[in-house]
Design a protein around this ligand. Sequence first.
Ligand SMILES: Nc1ncnc2c1ncn2[C@@H]1O[C@H](COP(=O)(O)OP(=O)(O)OP(=O)(O)O)[C@@H](O)[C@H]1O
Ligand SMILES: [Mg+2]
Length: 235
Amino acid sequence: MQPVVLKDVARTYRLDAVDVPALVGIDLEILPDRFTVISGPSGSGKTTLLNLIGCIDRPDHGTITVNGQPVQTLSDDALSDFRARHLGFVFQNFNLLPVLTAFENVEYPLLLARVPKAERRERVHKLLAAVGLADFAEHRPGQLSGGQRQRVAIARALAIAPQLVLADEPTANLDSKTGASIIDLMRRMQQEHHVSFVFSSHDTKVLDEADDAVHIQDGRIVAIERHRMPAGATV
Ligand SMILES: Nc1ncnc2c1ncn2[C@@H]1O[C@H](COP(=O)(O)OP(=O)(O)OP(=O)(O)O)[C@@H](O)[C@H]1O
Ligand SMILES: [Mg+2]
């Protein structure tokens, strides 16, 4: 995994002929194999920033390089393909497919990536075991608790072995104890799978877990704290 690099990125929404500048002049390097938290008050631009890094949306200005690829140059189809091959997502409201079992939800991105059946089965079972849901493979989302649903979503995000996992307030719909266990799980998965996790939160407790914390306010970065030195760095 190479760093994610944003240079002078801006995104403005147009609403009834009024411009809403959601992000302005964002210069940011997200280091590989680390746990990065984007924090800031409601409306500060966290979701907008994650959507740009996650290739769900495009900037109006500036460049974004993900895994060595300048993504703003890709066509819509190429961008979707890039997303499916390289990125994993965890959402606030889990976004699981309700008619599919936990197994099938985790398997879904592997089907899209045309991974052969035997390999799919093995990977899904391993991931469900890793998130503590080996016995829940046949449960549908409606038969799981909120914390269990988010565990399925984390397993699904890791299924294609992405270089980067993006999570938008993944604990916002969970009670604080369950939220803390989901953060622990994401931390463990980030370390074991050597992926970069970037997630947004306005929970200050979550910041303690971060390797890096990026604080945004009114669409601008106001501080970047590197809590832990990158591997191999010298002081
Ligand atoms: N589709 C949209 N159309 C118009 N304005 C939008 C749209 N999406 C977001 N905005 C505006 O852009 C700004 C940033 O929104 P964003 O959703 O990125 O904030 P956020 O930090 O994720 O907030 P929250 O913590 O409430 O999720 C806000 O002023 C918001 O009103
Ligand atoms: Mg948001």
